[in-house]
Design a protein around this ligand. Structure first.
Ligand code: ATP
Ligand code: MG
Length: 390
């Protein structure tokens, strides 16, 4: 296993001072999968004060939970004192966490066997994580039912890992997802969005089929559960480039969601994300863009990058856009937007037009230019206003 020299130094410094220290979690999992990972979590029996004593640059990033970030060159390593979780409240977080001196206790609180591996010169595998990696299966550490009841986010993480690394979900885990699905409502909207973003950007989105008939998404995104239960294949999403808006647009299309706004609002997508996704969903629903004027009319209301993304998505969906593309390439630098007009709102105001009539006039002039780009000179546009609009 290849680790950076800084991490090696951190582990050795802790060991040479009488402490245990292991790389844990996602880094070890990803290395076993042959993936390059740079997110280092270290677990140790040293206490936060010991870590401050041993390393020069420390930041108390999560001191409440025993986490200190050690900065060495450009590496940021999160070092967390071994801990065990107390009773969980609200199906999400432990009421209190306690430091422990046992690596086993620390690994036991982790969600899945593949995330409960530790490494320092050799791999420590107390819960069968290596076998599960070999068999490509997601299993919880301990009873799935109990672990999901403690923290409902883990159900969504199981689905996310299934999609991101292409593993199937163990039958017991599936059963526990079905039993505990309703508890997902205890998880914050922000955490759900973070996991959804990761699902959408995954390499194995077809694995959404793993939760067929488990009623899970009914509580988050009912359309999606219906599509999964109806055997819609979601592999198209992983085939698309890793652009969040493109991939969400495909998700909504495959889940037959004509109006994604409710979902985007509920899960607090940023305004920029909402705007882009809603525009793309609308753009891909426009058919018959087979002449210059219809394409220019669409371009007058959107930007070119989005329009190009919409053609890309249509192609992925098997829609024939050859003709549209051919015309688009020919006219893409023609004026089609109000901002391309060789006349401004000020010019129109000077002609004695005011208020809302100014924007109506600009819209009208833009339509004239869309129909005939040779009209786009200041003189000709002023003429049109004088003749038709005053
Ligand atoms: P990635 O960073 O690639 O999304 P990860 O496995 O590193 O995946 P993190 O959220 O960074 O995930 O968490 C680091 C480790 O902490 C996990 O590998 C797991 O051992 C543990 N962990 C994270 N979230 C939970 C949880 N909700 N319940 C139990 N253990 C968890
Ligand atoms: Mg991580």
């Amino acid at each position: 296993m290849k680790i950076s020299k800084e991490i090696d130094k951190i582990l050795k410094t802790l060991n040479n001072n009488g402490f245990e220290a292991y790389i844990v979690g996602g880094f070890v999992r990803d290395m076993c999968l042959g993936k390059c990972a740079n997110d280092y979590d270290i677990a140790t029996n040293a206490l936060p004060d010991d870590i401050h004593f041993l390393f020069d640059k420390c930041i108390d990033t999560g001191i409440k939970h025993g986490t200190v970030t050690v900065v060495m060159n450009s590496i940021h390593a999160e070092i967390t004192t071994y801990r065990s979780d107390g009773e969980y409240i609200n199906h999400r977080k432990p009421e209190k966490v306690e430091f422990t001196s046992s690596l086993k206790e620390d690994l036991k609180r982790r969600d899945f066997t593949i995330n409960a591996l530790a490494y320092n010169n050799e791999i420590i595998d107390l819960f069968g994580g290596i076998d599960d990696i070999k068999n490509k299966i997601i299993r919880t550490v301990g009873s799935a039912d109990k672990r999901f009841n403690e923290d409902a986010l883990r159900m969504l993480r199981a689905i996310r890992f299934s999609c991101s690394i292409g593993f199937s979900i163990d039958a017991n885990v599936k059963n526990a997802i079905k039993e505990n699905a309703h508890l997902i409502e205890f998880v914050s909207k922000e955490r759900i969005k973070t996991e959804f973003d990761k699902i959408v950007l995954s390499d194995y989105t077809e694995n959404l089929k793993e939760i067929k008939n488990l009623s899970f998404f009914n509580f988050i995104f009912p359309n999606l559960q219906i599509a999964i239960d109806n055997d819609v294949s979601f592999d198209l999403i992983s085939k698309a480039k890793k652009d969040t808006a493109v991939r969400y647009t495909l998700l909504f299309k495959l889940a037959n969601t004509a109006n994604p706004k409710d979902f985007l609002d509920k899960y607090k997508f940023s305004n920029k994300e909402k705007e882009e996704i809603i525009s793309l969903v609308n753009l891909i629903s426009i058919n018959d863009l087979n002449d210059e004027i219809s394409i220019k009319k669409v371009l007058s209301k959107t930007d070119k990058a989005l329009f190009e993304k919409s053609l890309y998505i249509k192609k992925l969906l098997g829609i024939d856009v050859l003709k549209t593309e051919e015309i688009y390439l020919k006219i893409k630098d023609d004026p089609c937007h109000i901002s391309d007009l060789k006349i401004s709102g000020k010019d129109i105001e000077q002609l004695g037009i005011s208020g809302k009539k100014i924007s109506d006039t600009l819209l009208f002039l833009n339509e004239c230019v869309i129909k005939d780009k040779s009209q786009n000179t200041k003189e000709k546009l002023l003429n049109i206003v004088n003749k038709h609009l005053k």
